[in-house]
Design a protein around this ligand. Structure first.
Ligand SMILES: [Zn+2]
Length: 271
């Protein structure tokens, strides 16, 4: 599933080829994505000038002089730029042809992705208005997590994966960050000290930033190639390693289920 770093990598890959350009025409081959693509989407965006690409959580916002297109990649979606006349593959659902001739093509076998349109402030859109802060923004701090966690009994891992608390901390990133911060994933969020939350926030920012950095190496594939940035091959400390040796203490990595998500940790290194 595309996570925040993949979406940010997509944004960085697409922006130089899209910003300042005009959408010449749009073809929607499959309207039933997670939500239906509205019937007059093509008419609304054709001729629009793209001002800027922004990422909010896992949404890619394409701001134009007429309104804003909101993309979500869902479980299996990807966006890439192809040359004019590039052969269509199965599950290529949407094309935007730009004035440069390049075509932005949306591919999504499972169709949990979405393409929406708004002429209002996208930050006020139902999908975006309740989202917590961006993990890499300064407002996401140890002090912030400490404050909003007081009185909460839910497991800290479930807490940091809640998009109303902070966006974009997916399952892998949550397990890895908690390991780096030395915090047990099932510890109640309300019992963790400010100092430990500072370490956790630092770990979340480092893990996400490293993934985005590694994704940068796939940017050249955005034109031609298959343009699908996969999971970044960063070395995982605990995720998916149940029964293997902890890289820090040599003890066994454990797993458990929290909030219906598989969770990995080391009993010695995390308290
Ligand atoms: Zn350990």
């Amino acid at each position: 599933m595309p996570e925040l770093p993949e979406v940010e990598t997509t944004r960085r890959g697409l922006a130089p080829h899209m910003e300042g350009h005009t959408v010449r025409s749009v073809t929607v081959r499959q309207r039933s994505l997670r939500w239906p693509v509205e019937p007059d989407f093509e008419r609304r965006i054709a001729g629009a000038r793209i001002l800027r690409l922004e990422r909010r959580a896992k949404y890619l916002l394409v701001h134009t002089d007429r309104g804003c297109a909101i993309w979500h990649l869902g479980m299996s979606g990807s966006l890439r730029l192809v040359e004019p006349g590039a052969e269509l593959r199965k599950h290529d659902h949407v094309d935007w042809v730009l004035d440069t001739g390049l075509c932005l093509r949306f591919h999504d076998p499972r169709r949990f992705g979405a393409l929406l349109w708004t002429e209002l402030d996208p930050a006020a859109h139902d999908l975006l208005s309740h989202l917590g802060p961006e993990p890499l923004a300064d407002e996401f701090s140890g002090d912030y997590l400490y404050r909003v966690s007081r009185g909460r009994r839910q497991a800290v891992k479930t807490f940091i994966m809640d998009g109303r608390v902070v966006v974009g901390v997916g399952n892998i990133y949550a397990s890895e960050s908690l390991f780096l911060a030395g915090i047990r994933p099932d510890r109640p969020a309300g019992t963790i000290s400010r100092a430990r939350y500072e370490r956790l926030v630092d770990a979340i920012k480092r893990v996400l930033a490293r993934s985005i950095e590694q994704g940068g190496t796939t940017l050249r594939d955005f034109i031609g190639g298959n343009g699908e940035p996969g999971y970044f091959a960063q070395q995982l400390n605990v995720y998916g390693r149940a029964g293997e040796r902890c890289r820090q203490c040599g003890g066994p990595v454990r797993d458990m289920v929290l909030g219906q998500r598989s969770t990995f940790f080391c009993r010695r290194c995390q308290r």
